[in-house]
Every structure is written in C-alpha cells, then in structure tokens.
Design a protein around this ligand. Structure first.
Ligand SMILES: [Zn+2]
Length: 208
C-alpha cells in the first residue's frame, strides 16, 4: 500500500499537471455533459503550461488546482477567481464550443489589476483563437466599423498580428496587466507605434 502511494506521488510530481475538479450543480447534467466535462479537463491540463509560456506567467502565480463548475445560467462562462463557471444550457446547445475553456483558463493565468477589460478579453481571445485554434478567428474584420478596442476576437486578432511583427509584445502586455500598468503606453513603447497605428498597418483598408 505504501509503495503504491509513493509510486502515485512520483507519477503526479513528474507530470505536475494542474488538478481539475468538475462540479455539476444539477446532477442530471453530469451524464448529459460528460463529454464536454471530460474534454474541459483535458484541455486545461494540456493548455495551462502552454498559456503560462505564452503570457510569461510567473511560476508562483500558476494554479495548482482549478474547479470547473457547470451551472444553469444565462450567458456562456466566466472566471470569478474561484472557479471557471460554464452555463450548462450553453454547453448542451454548443458541444463544439468546448475551446471556450481555453479563453477562461487564460483569465486564470492573467490575474490583472485595473487594466481595460477590452485588453484582458482581447488577450484571452488571442490565446484561444490565435494560438490554440491556430489563427482561426471565424470573423471578418471591417476596418471601418471595427476598432482596436472592440475587445474579444477583434482585439485578439490585432494582438496576433502585432505579436508577429513585434515579438515579445504579449509578454509585456501581460506584465503591465499584472502590475496594473498602462497597457497602451507599453504597446507604443514596444512597437514604436500606437495601438491605432498598428491597427491601421495590419488591418487592410476596406475597398469600395
Ligand atoms: Zn473573458
């Protein structure tokens, strides 16, 4: 028994993957969302170390344990500092959108203070669509109607393009986020151009 315990302990230490706990508020969801839940656990274990590298998250700020909670609610999902809560209604209707977990997991590794939420959400969608989904944002950007501070996928797309041209930007934005710094100032200093100038450079003008 003792030997088995030791072997298990070593196996855990060698992998050192984050521990994920699944909670279903409604017991009926446990069976219905079994595949979604299992895939969420896999994605978190796979992506937690990768996101830490992408953002440059300090080792001490990485989670040891994450709770994923399925709850009957409006909306899609959120991270509140304690758990990634996912709408069971949404998950049932959109079984193919399980990658939303990567967006929420990014929030776990962000831990930002007082920076504009459009940047926080932009970075989370940059990680999900730009990195984990390899650039498949699934949106068409309108250079006239869209703006760099539109948040989510629009800002995420801009960050992906900016990181390609100015490597290291994401890690600097992350540091600014953690310290509650001025993200736009950091952007301008790193890229040698304002976020609006980067936008104009990477989003092609609309042809009439
Ligand atoms: Zn978000």
């Amino acid at each position: 028994m003792r030997r088995l315990f030791l072997a298990l302990l070593l196996a855990t230490a060698a992998v050192s993957a984050v521990e994920v706990q699944l909670v279903f508020d409604d017991k009926a969801d446990e069976e219905k969302l079994k595949a979604f839940g299992a895939r969420s656990v896999e994605l978190i274990k796979e992506w937690e170390p990768k996101i830490a590298v992408v953002l440059g998250t300090a080792e001490a700020k990485r989670p040891k344990q994450i709770t994923v909670r399925f709850k009957d609610m409006d909306g899609v999902a959120f991270w509140d500092g304690k758990a990634i809560t996912i709408s069971s209604r949404y998950a049932s209707k959109h079984p193919d959108d399980v990658m939303l977990v990567v967006h929420e997991l990014t929030h776990v590794l962000q831990g930002y203070r007082k920076i504009p939420s459009w940047m926080t959400e932009g970075i989370a969608d940059y990680v999900r669509f730009g990195i984990a989904e390899e650039g498949k944002f699934g949106i068409r950007i309108d250079p006239v109607k869209n703006k760099p501070r539109d948040s989510y996928r629009v800002t995420g797309y801009l960050i992906l393009q900016a990181e390609k041209r100015h490597p290291g930007l994401v890690k600097k934005l992350h540091l600014a986020g953690v310290s509650g710094g001025e993200v736009e100032k950091v952007w301008a200093e790193h890229c040698g151009q304002t976020i609006d100038e980067t936008w104009a450079a990477v989003v092609p003008a609309k042809t009439k």
